[in-house]
Design a protein around this ligand. Sequence first.
Ligand code: HEM
Length: 277
Amino acid sequence: MPIARSGVLWRRIFFLLLFAFTATFIWYKQHEFPHGGSRWGLFYGIVGFFLCYLLAFFGIRKRWYRSTFGTVEQWMQSHIYLGILVLVILIYHTGGRFNDKIAVATLILVAIVVSSGVLGAILYVTVPRLLTEVESNLTVDEISEQLNQLAKQMARISSARSSPFQRIYGQLIREGEPGWMAGWRLLFARMRRGPTPMAGDWANLLSLVQKDEQEELRQMLVVSRQRKELLIRLIYQQRYKNVLEFWLYIHIPFTILLLLFAIIHVAAVFYYGRIAW
Ligand code: HEM
């Protein structure tokens, strides 16, 4: 299974690198005063800086261009593990000193970006389990398109029919609307797929129109039932997407801010001559 293998691989790489960086830090701490501007401090700073840019670059590229470089799982595993590693490396970079405001702000931004990423990963593995009933492979756009088609089909069937027929059509279209907070309600409730609609309801509706229109009405009711089921699916898909992606509203803007702050921090240490090479 490629998923399991990439998970194990990146976990191994992570622990190996964590061990290596921690061992060098312990050694360095015993031999010189640890701070960002020392040889080792600078080494950690530069590695952290490039990893931040690399992770941001790959993260954005992966999302925007739907690149086929590596599977989603591999990409996520490497992204998460390297992200956590960056935070540790940058803490080693500081040497435990947190006075410079810009530098500390940059580190806080890294912490926010990494923790929102971890939250995203947790959602990624737990939300699909919560929503196991989202079995549709259709995208939101595809479902919307199908809904439009079904509504058009209903309009076609009901056009030039009697006024009771038109009234039923109007009612069915309105009933199809999801209603207030339907998405959230659906998210926390299990999908109920009862016998929709009841045979009794159909018989009642059919009795409202003339005999010669009953066959068309039956057709419209069938289309309407398909439409309602699809609407429920649409709400599910949309909610699923929202839950899976809300953390990105923290992750991406803070990443941009972090990349800017990192450059300002580097410019500042050069400007104020803080590098003790
Ligand atoms: C995203 C990357 C980075 C973060 C989050 C970061 C963060 C920090 C923090 C929190 C400190 C401690 C501030 C203090 O002493 O009060 C520090 C110090 C320092 N950093 Fe960075 N740093 C990063 C990258 C770099 C890079 C790439 C360089 C060099 C090219 C660098 C050079 C320094 C220097 C010279 C100091 C010591 C400043 C001093 O002694 O006043 N940092 N950094």
